[in-house]
Design a protein around this ligand. Structure first.
Ligand code: GLN
Length: 202
């Protein structure tokens, strides 16, 4: 089975490790460059992207991670992880680092104060077995996507006429996957299975 790392500086590390193991991967925490060298794919968990950016610096992981991403390492970013993967962010802090690679513009804390956390069921492109229950916690959304980016889910999913509207909250570009929400917090393993499948295919 593929070895999939979880960046273990902050955030829902244990939940991602458990979800990846359930999805058929050998799941390992990554805190050092040597551990990063040993993985076939990596999950960037939710947390706080500005804090994560500082910790990436402190643990000297920023450049090694950028280098592996440039080399085609499959990566899945959830929430703060999506922010880190984005080529461009809005409402970021001027000193916060991007890993980049995902050709999107992402807005931090996009849903605003009133609805800063919520749950909803989403149609998720390519996943069999019905909608995904999505937990959003001070989540970003995707405001702009490049030509190679596939939108897998949006909020709200459709308008009254059944047209897809709203903001992308799950996207894929080649070996990169990102969601605004936290599938590691529900028992549904399909998003992690999708990612483990991407790692296997890479
Ligand atoms: N609001 C956080 C940030 O900007 C992300 C929240 C999350 O990961 N749950 O980094």
């Amino acid at each position: 089975s593929p070895t999939v790392g979880v960046l273990a500086l902050q955030g829902n590390v244990r939940e991602h490790l458990a979800a990846l193991a359930a999805a058929g991967a050998t799941a390992v925490p990554v805190r050092r460059a040597a551990e990063l060298d040993a993985v076939d794919g990596i999950v960037l968990p939710g947390g706080e992207s500005t804090t994560m950016s500082k910790l990436l610096d402190a643990f000297e992981l920023l450049d090694p991670l950028r280098a592996r991403l440039r080399g085609g390492l499959p990566a899945y970013g959830s929430c703060a992880g999506m922010i880190l993967l984005a080529d461009e962010i809005l409402d970021g802090r001027p000193d916060q680092h991007q890993l980049g690679g995902l050709d999107v513009v992402v807005r931090r804390n996009a849903f605003g104060r009133q609805v800063d956390s919520f749950e909803t069921d989403l149609e998720f492109g390519g996943l069999a077995g019905g909608p995904v229950h999505a937990v959003f916690i001070r989540a970003p959304w995707v405001e702009k996507t490049g030509g190679d980016v596939e939108v897998l889910a949006s909020v709200p999913p459709v308008d009254g006429a059944g047209e897809a509207v709203g903001r992308p909250v799950a996207v894929r570009q080649g070996p990169l996957l990102a969601t605004s929400f936290h599938p590691e917090l529900t028992g549904d393993r399909r998003v992690h299975e999708l990612f483990v499948g991407m790692v296997r295919a890479a």
